[in-house]
Design a protein around this ligand. Structure first.
Ligand code: NAG
Ligand code: NAG
Ligand code: NAG
Ligand code: NAG
Length: 704
């Protein structure tokens, strides 16, 4: 054996030892449009009846990765620009996947997580409490989301190649604050002392590359509410994390419109329960004074208590935070290409899933309050008084206060009219005063889930813990530590645990038992009572052990099938009309002849109702730039940050409506000749939908 061969072989041995050698995994990423009806439907998140869609700022997308190991074990993970995920929706996605791929995908190996944007159309959850502010179920939202999430996974599957996965982390300050800091302080001092901040500041990234080290995608987890856009926003938006994704994707898909191109970059939700992006903190809206810390209320006459920042308005705040997150992810990607802090993910792919009947759960867990092993049990779902107070990201409608542990006769009367809690429920939820006994309400169907989905996806030494709710900071830290400890006890070395929030089923919040005592919004929304978190600790520990030992667990009870009983109070589009002497697509207000950088173009069309056609994966309009005499190139679409589309009915009886399109000419804009094209569909009064189009005059954008 000659010496060079020996050197080569030892290099090979060394590199395989370090896991650097072979095609460890098959990896694929995909993305699809999931933008629901942008007008006339309420947004999901703030439960604000006034927050009805009026148009689009950015489209919303589902982003997926699929990973398979050498033995054919496969998992799929989706981050959807959505308020959260519902099981009815996941069930539909699985149904579509199985029609295409047989049993390759199923409940147990697919995780679908919502980014928690509060700016996308609702009506896709099948539980009354969550659809009530949307006026019920919206089939159009449900359909576009099912198909889009299915397509994102299908595309990731079609894109599967031999590749490698890297894990890296960085700290991102100035993006989040704790919105219930007094609740956080209820956690034991020695536990808090282990952490520098009262929110998690770590951005965790999985980078997917092919064997030539070409970047395929990057999925980032960071704990922050996607509520930079506040409850006055009426334009569809993917908010701060969605904007971060668009920025990251723009970097690696140059010359592509937003939502297009092969590289997929996602910013996924994590333990964001008590985490606000409004980093200037809560203030009284009129006086500008600090709000009361415990109740988040302002003295009479000082206005409402809500948080904002860091920008001058919510658009700028979204932009600043999105930029910070995107820069952090980009920093890791640049660093990784120089082979530094990233570590390669190695090991087999596994998954485990169990449905758990929370109200009937009996288990035991370590209770940090008493430092003993406690019996724990769940309660029937119920929301506490402080739930109605809302949060400093979106205050509630009535005069409820956070931190309420006493009830009142008037609201109890209203509550009992809907569904009365039993004495056992009242006892079970203490110290939470019950405002809505959702677990006892059955009309017209379940108000909140009783059966939850608990799931782990393991990709080598990385475990993704999919939780069916919003864990607070400390609740998430405890769960991560618990899973890591259980994994390492079972032989897992240096396991990284990522919490994927708002996944598969939505059941509001989970706080620590200590935080529960304070009964702020998050605690009032911890629906299975004071032991909710303890039950998750118990279940996930068991699931981790079983997964590490390759054991299977009982599937648990199936959530009810409710598709055929959904209530919907939303009316469809009746018909569209237009004033005499005009037509659909007629440009009612033309652009000026000329614009400069930082100016805004506004044009108005006579239009149909955008709900007639969602233009999924297409666009309601294009801003086009002239290349030469017979060629125009699309410069912006309705998914672009620089544009906005606002629709309004101008005559309800005759069905007239108008569409305003705004284009902010950013400093990066190329000078030249531009025009704006709008494509729509109108609904004819005698039935049928017909396409139309409208084009503005061309106009000039001057040199800076
Ligand atoms: C929402 O943000 C806008 C600025 O973009 C501000 O004027 C308004 O007061 C905010 N409202 C709430 C309830 O946060
Ligand atoms: C849990 O305990 C309660 C009260 O003791 C009981 O009613 C319930 O049936 C038990 N659930 C299970 C799944 O054993
Ligand atoms: C579990 O299965 C994997 C392969 O799928 C194997 O590598 C591992 O050794 C098994 N672990 C145990 C504890 O049986
Ligand atoms: C456009 O606005 C940006 C940001 O406010 C500013 O830095 C820039 O100088 C402006 N450019 C022009 C030409 O007004």
């Amino acid at each position: 054996m000659d010496i060079s061969k020996l050197a080569f072989l030892s290099l090979l041995a060394l590199s395989s030892l370090c896991g650097l050698a072979s095609a460890t995994y098959k990896v694929g990423v995909g993305r699809a449009d999931i933008t629901g009806p942008p007008v006339e439907i309420n947004f999901m998140g703030y439960a604000n009846i006034k927050q009805v869609g009026r148009g689009i700022h950015t489209r919303v997308f589902a982003r997926a990765f699929v990973v398979e190991d050498g033995k054919g074990n496969r998992v799929a993970f989706v981050s959807a620009d959505a308020g959260m995920m519902g099981f009815g929706l996941k069930r539909e996605v699985i149904k579509r996947l199985q029609a295409r791929y047989g049993n390759v995908y199923h409940t147990d190996n697919v995780a679908i997580s919502g980014t928690h944007t509060h700016g996308a159309p609702g009506g896709f959850l099948m539980h009354l409490l969550y659809d009530i502010s949307i006026l019920g179920f919206v089939p159009q939202t449900f359909e576009v989301m099912s198909q889009g999430i299915y397509l994102a996974i299908k595309r990731a599957t079609d894109n599967l190649v031999d590749g490698r996965i890297f894990l890296s982390k960085t700290t991102v300050l100035n993006v989040n604050i704790n919105r219930s800091p007094t609740s956080y302080l209820r956690n034991p001092a020695e536990e808090r002392a282990q952490y520098e901040h009262d929110t998690d500041k770590t951005l965790t990234q999985l980078r997917f590359v092919d064997l030539e080290n070409n970047l395929l995608g990057a999925f980032n987890w960071y704990a922050v509410h996607a509520t930079s856009m506040n409850n006055t926003n009426q334009l569809v938006t993917s908010d701060n994390v969605g904007y971060a994704a668009l920025l990251l994707e723009k970097e690696y898909n140059p010359n592509k419109m937003p939502g297009k191109g092969k590289f997929v970059g996602a910013f996924c939700s994590s333990n964001l329960g008590d985490v606000s992006p409004n980093i200037m903190g809560p203030k009284c809206s009129i006086s500008g004074n600090e709000c009361d810390l415990l109740t988040s209320r302002c003295p009479a006459g000082e206005g409402e208590c809500f948080a904002s920042g860091p920008g001058k308005d919510m658009f700028e705040s979204t932009q600043i935070l999105g930029q910070r997150l995107s820069d952090a992810a980009l920093g890791l990607l640049n660093e990784q290409s120089q082979e530094s802090t990233a570590r390669e993910v190695t090991g087999d792919v596994r998954f485990i899933h169990q449905f758990v009947d929370m109200p009937n759960y009996n288990g035991s867990t370590y209770n940090p309050l008493t430092r003993k092993i406690d019996k724990v049990r769940g309660c029937q779902p119920a929301m506490g008084y402080s739930f109605a107070a809302g949060t400093t990201d979106g205050p509630g409608a009535f005069s409820f206060e956070q931190g309420t542990t006493t009830d009142n006769a008037m609201w109890n009367f209203v509550r009992d009219f809907i569904a009365a809690p039993t004495q056992e429920d009242i006892k079970c939820h203490e110290p939470k005063p019950i405002l809505l006994a959702t677990g006892r309400a059955t009309f017209p169907y379940e108000w909140q889930p009783k059966i939850v989905s608990d799931q782990l996806l393991k990709i080598g030494d990385v475990i993704i813990a999919a939780v069916p709710c919003e864990f607070t900071t400390m609740a998430g830290r405890r769960l991560r530590n618990q899973i890591r400890a259980a994994a390492s006890a079972a032989g897992g070395i240096d396991t990284e645990v990522i919490i994927a929030g708002l996944t598969n089923i939505y059941t509001s919040y989970t706080v620590t038992p200590e935080e529960y005592q304070a009964q702020r919004y998050e605690a009032a929304s911890t629906i299975f009572g004071p032991h909710t978190h303890s039950i998750y600790m118990d279940v996930f520990e068991r699931l981790t052990k079983a997964m590490m030992r390759n054991e299977t667990v009982d599937a648990g009870p199936s959530p009810p099938y409710m598709n055929d009983v959904m209530l919907s109070l939303n009316t469809g589009v009746l018909f569209d009309g237009h004033p005499i002497n005009t037509d659909f697509g007629y440009v009612k207000s033309q652009p000026n002849k000329e614009y400069g950088i930082n100016e805004t173009v506004k044009v108005t069309y006579i239009s149909g109702n955008p709900r007639n056609n969602l233009f999924t994966e297409k666009t309601y309009f294009t801003v086009e730039r002239k290349i030469n005499e017979d060629r125009w190139k699309v410069a912006y679409t309705d998914a672009s940050w620089e544009t906005k589309m606002v629709w309004h009915r101008t005559n309800t009886i005759l069905g007239f409506s108008e569409l305003d399109i705004y284009w902010n000419i950013s400093p990066q804009t190329l000078p030249g000749e531009y025009r704006i094209r709008h494509s729509g569909e109108y609904k004819y009064i005698l039935g049928g939908k017909y396409p139309y189009e409208g084009l503005t005059h061309s106009f000039a954008v001057k040199e800076d």
